[in-house]
Design a protein around this ligand. Sequence first.
Ligand code: PRP
Length: 209
Amino acid sequence: MSEFINIALPKGRLGEKVYRLFRDAGYECPSIEEENRKLIFENPEKGVRYFWVKPSDVAIYVERGAADVGVAGKDILLEYAPDVYELADLGLGKCRMCVAAKKDFRDRGERTLRVATKFPRIAGRYYASLSREIDIIHLNGSIEIAPILGLSDVIVDIVETGKTLLENDLEPKETIVPISARLIANKVSYKFKHQQITALCEQIQLRCR
Ligand code: PRP
């Protein structure tokens, strides 16, 4: 196994914040800050190799050991339940998983509730806990449109500022679970690169309190 610690970061705004956290914790990799379209960056001096991957794919890279550690949203961890260790809550990317619907919608429990979502397992578990019968409509994005077009009664989706709901005449009805970014580790890497991973985790945690 290489001496590098391989780190999968979620590509996008959250990933940039996460990289700055790692950098400030002593794991800098200056080439990652250059403007280009590369996806892999390494700094042999610090023994780090970073990859930019699609946020929902971070857990796959980590679970299969292509990355030793990574940063994934709690939403992804709850939805896909990857076989990884969750080491720390980074306190970044804070948002919540909500049920939302049109302002005038009330669930009277008269018929099967149609639920549009990118998160069928989270939605399924939530309504199972309420013993509410539902029909899941699994979409991949722009979920807010579903109740407007009559495709669903409610949506289960991430709410950060609430702006998307507001601008589409929807409102949050229930919070299912708070969400934030988590540091995760591959189980084998955690054993064989234990010292490196725990040192990284400690340095990161010092900076996210
Ligand atoms: C997420 C979510 C909402 C929006 C909420 O979408 O699905 O649409 O952010 O943010 P707000 O409360 O601050 O308005 P994302 O940007 O991940 O895009 P997607 O729906 O295409 O996946």
